[in-house]
Design a protein around this ligand. Structure first.
Ligand SMILES: Cc1cc2nc3c(=O)[nH]c(=O)nc-3n(C[C@H](O)[C@H](O)[C@H](O)COP(=O)(O)O)c2cc1C
Length: 118
């Protein structure tokens, strides 16, 4: 499919590794870079996501496994995630209990910024 997309000149392809189901806080799962063949097949910008932290996101880029790495859960719990990565600050833990709940605030926009902790 990624090869077929090339003929349409699509700017980017963004995919999620199935390994994101493995919560790094709780369990170690298989660490397979299953998207690499798709990355190689697609000519445009390739964005990966799924189970990455700061360190292995950088590693994926340096090993040319993607052009960009997207973050889901870490971004949800850290509204200033780029800043935290930049200065190597500790991260707020994400709370699985508040995923997919109807409250528009709790678990979505109530995680503290770095300056809120000081
Ligand atoms: C609370 C929550 C809601 C999500 N909602 C969606 C969604 O609506 N559509 C979607 O494609 N992915 C959704 N995702 C998946 C994320 O976009 C992302 O692919 C996934 O969290 C893997 O990245 P991560 O390991 O950095 O968290 C959601 C993830 C979480 C935790």
């Amino acid at each position: 499919m990624a090869t077929a997309l090339n003929k349409y000149g699509i700017l980017y392809l963004h995919m999620v590794e199935p390994k994101w189901k493995n919560d790094k806080e709780k369990a170690e799962g298989p660490d397979i870079d299953s998207l690499v063949p798709i990355r190689k097949a697609f000519n445009g910008t390739f964005i990966t996501a799924g189970g990455y932290n700061h360190e292995d996101g950088n590693k994926a880029i340096s090993e040319n496994k993607a052009d960009l790495v997207a973050y889901g859960r870490w971004f949800l719990s850290n509204p200033d995630l780029p800043k935290r990565f930049e200065i190597d600050a500790p991260l707020n833990k994400y709370h699985i209990e508040t995923y997919y709940t109807p409250d528009p605030v709790i678990g979505y926009i109530d995680y503290p910024f770095l300056e809120d902790n000081s």
